[in-house]
Design a protein around this ligand. Structure first.
Ligand code: PMP
Length: 350
């Protein structure tokens, strides 16, 4: 299998798998308990908190563990219920739908702007928050590009373990000291009463192992060289070898994440391309996996292009550290034939 859907979720790093396996044996106790096994488990959680804080230039007390990026996003936005909430056009559903649900007229205003988009990889300019507060969904940014909370001037930031080689179901929320905060899940003293629920110790230990990998290997440097190079080779070959192809990702350095390539193929439907590639063992996605089963075109591609045909004919290739040049060769052995076949049966003229 050639896996090119890392923006949807990443395979567990071997280091993560082994850390979680060990954790099942040694750190199973309830981390809130006063007994010794509870303390030992809690120490692991605090190590993860300290490491994430170090990586993003925050303080450990400013990190709250959650069940993932969707919960982190919902928590921040619900905090501003009844307030003005401004977002970019490219936000994940967990931001824009929460903003639509909770938006009101009071000030101060919350600005929620993702730093990088998950469908086309675009790196956005964060707005001037003036006298409001600034949240950024950094789910796709962590480990791929350097992230410094203070340089970005953020009050809140969202992270998820399963986009960096960690497990699904664990995430974190950065909340700047003294920034407004309202817990989404109440009914427990965990996380300083900021997020109730028994600690997901094994998951957090997996998150820690993934963060250790990022820290040790400075993965943003690998993405910037090796992965950018692979992505750019694939983009160039697609444009040269497949008629009707156009890029939805701006390849210029600083304009997009190095590991995402979103491409449209005129007169070929994204879902059909995805299924034909799947039959060849090549795993990609159309737009955002969170929206699959949904026949409306991707809101991100609509915002960027205003063209439903482009949105419906798009494929996202998202690379991980395990991909190599042979993967590109394999894709380019089968993709031109698939597109040609689909274009021939299409009623749309090329
Ligand atoms: N935000 C962004 C930018 C994402 O890419 C995703 C995952 N598709 C999420 C939020 C949701 O993450 P989680 O699965 O951890 O809830």
């Amino acid at each position: 299998m050639i896996y090119l859907d890392h923006a949807a979720t990443t395979p567990l790093l071997p280091e993560v798998l082994s850390a979680m396996h060990q954790a099942e044996k040694h750190f199973f106790a309830n981390a809130s308990a006063l007994h010794t096994p509870g303390h030992i488990a809690k120490n692991q959680i605090e190590e993860c908190r300290a490491l994430l804080a170090k990586l993003i230039n925050a303080e450990p007390e400013e990190i709250i563990f959650t069940s993932g990026a969707s919960e982190s996003n919902n928590t921040v936005i619900r905090t501003f219920e009844g307030h003005q909430i401004e977002t970019s056009d490219l936000e994940h559903h967990s931001v824009f739908e929460a903003a639509n649900a909770y938006r009101g007229k009071a000030s101060p205003r919350l600005y929620s702007y993702m730093l990088v988009n998950n469908e086309i990889g675009e790196i956005l300019d964060l707005p001037d928050k003036k006298d409001g507060y600034l949240h950024s969904d950094l789910t796709q940014a962590l480990g791929k590009i350097p992230v410094d909370i203070k340089k970005l001037n953020l009050d809140y930031a969202t992270f998820s373990a399963h986009k960096i080689g960690g497990p699904i179901g664990v995430g974190a929320l950065y909340v700047k000291k003294n920034a407004p905060f309202k817990p989404l899940i109440i009914g427990g003293n965990q996380e300083g009463k900021r997020r109730g629920g028994t600690y997901n110790t094994i998951g957090i230990i997996g998150f820690k192992a993934a963060l250790e990998y990022i820290d040790k290997h400075k993965t943003w440097q690998i993405y910037d060289k090796k992965i950018r190079n692979l992505r750019d080779i694939l983009a160039k070959r697609i444009l040269q070898e497949i008629s009707g192809s156009s890029l939805n990702t701006n390849l210029k350095k600083g304009k997009s994440l190095p590991n995402i390539l979103n491409v449209s193929f005129k007169a070929a439907e994204g879902e059909s391309i995805q299924l034909y590639l799947d039959a060849e063992g090549i795993i990609v996605s159309t737009g955002s996996a969170c929206a699959s089963g949904d026949i409306t075109p991707s809101h991100v591609l609509m915002a960027k292009t205003g063209d439903a045909e482009i949105a419906h004919s798009s494929i996202r290739f998202s690379f991980g550290l395990d991909n190599n040049i042979e993967d590109i060769d394999k894709v380019m052995t089968v993709l031109p034939k698939i597109i040609d076949r689909l274009q021939k049966i299409s009623t749309i003229n090329l």
